[in-house]
Design a protein around this ligand. Structure first.
Ligand code: F6P
Ligand code: MN
Length: 329
């Protein structure tokens, strides 16, 4: 349904819950996504005021303050714990899976990075929350089985982007702290004109170096903020670009975490018509062995990701010439 076709309402009046309901998302999943959105209101409050105290206490009286990422973790965890629709959860801040309910029927398991890029808060750059959602109890499964992914971007404005496998949609937080629809069915072009390269260039492997050189010859613009959420958000909303944090000569697994960062972003980018790869296979097809597993990543426009795979295949796996593949659009 087009936003303007809803009997007299403009798209800016459609809130998140209504949007989920209109897309026939089941009640428990709707509730879960709305609970995540609720938690983000407390997280943005802490980020913007610097108030790191817990409810009912005041930092003026010397209570111990929490690091912002630890606080964001507690806020989300508490919310999910009380949501009645979560079976298991795990966070980038935790060492192990936290069981919430032994009964998995109709419930969801959630992996989250509560405050990605938290070191950027000190220098007042954008940060975000990233969430991956599976049906049932299992969190150690391939990202292909996700039923939803969400991120919240705390930038000059607070926005929320979600997909439940029916397109990618963006919401903005208004003055009443409600999320209302900004854009439905966001899509990516097959090829882009910007790139976000993570990792030290002098540690790039031959395939990655050749890939970057090729992009630069094409005249793509450098756009790297140091925050995964704003960098992915830029690609999604501009409808083009490629982000990569590759395997490095001294870091074969790259930096970013499969379960908390890469799976949910890969799900969203694929939903928008893009691709996400570890350089050889789609991110969503990787079978995680452990919670804090990392993976190299090339994510964004299909043709750009395919080009990275081609160079890696030829220059690192010795599989023939690089021919710019025509990615399916
Ligand atoms: O959580 C990892 C993270 O902070 C991402 O948000 C970001 O993309 C990346 O690390 C930045 O890494 P670096 O500081 O090495 O560029
Ligand atoms: Mn992170």
């Amino acid at each position: 349904m087009s936003p303007t076709s809803r009997a007299g309402k403009t798209k800016f009046q459609i809130d998140l819950r209504r949007h989920l309901r209109e897309h026939y998302i089941n009640e428990n999943l709707t509730h879960l996504i709305c609970e995540i959105a609720e938690a983000s209101k407390y997280i943005i409050h802490s980020i913007s005021t610097g108030d790191l105290g817990v409810a009912g206490t005041s930092n003026l009286y010397g209570e111990q303050q929490l690091a912002l990422d630890v606080l964001a973790d507690r806020i989300l965890r508490k919310r999910l714990d009380h949501s009645r629709v979560v079976a298991n959860m795990m966070s980038e801040e935790m060492d192990e899976i936290i069981p919430v309910s032994p009964d998995c029927g109709g419930k969801y398991s959630v992996a989250f990075d509560p405050l990605d890029g938290s070191s950027l808060v000190d220098v007042n750059l954008a940060v975000g929350t990233i969430v991956s959602i599976f049906e049932g109890c299992d969190l150690l499964q391939s990202g292909r089985n996700q039923v939803a992914a969400v991120y919240i971007l705390y930038g000059p404005r607070t926005t929320l982007v979600y997909s439940v496998g029916k397109g990618v949609h963006e919401f903005g937080m208004n003055m009443l702290r409600e999320y209302t629809l900004l854009q439905e069915n966001i899509t990516l072009k097959p090829q882009g004109n910007l790139y976000s390269p993570g990792g030290q260039r002098n540690l790039y492997t031959p395939g990655v170096e050749a890939f970057v050189t090729k992009l630069e010859e094409r005249g793509v613009k450098l756009r790297y903020s140091g925050g995964f959420v704003p960098d992915i958000n830029q690609i999604l909303l501009k409808g083009q670009g490629v982000f990569f944090y590759p395997h490095l000569q001294n870091l074969p697994e790259g930096k970013l975490r499969l379960l908390f960062e890469l799976n949910p972003m890969a799900y969203l980018i694929e939903q928008a018509g893009g691709a996400a790869s570890d350089g050889r296979r789609p991110i969503l097809d990787l079978q995680p062995q452990q919670i804090h597993e990392r993976s190299p990543v090339f994510i964004g426009c299909k043709k750009d990701v395919a080009l990275a795979e081609e160079y890696i295949s030829q220059l690192e796996d010795g599989k023939g010439d690089v021919v710019e593949k025509k990615a399916k659009t």
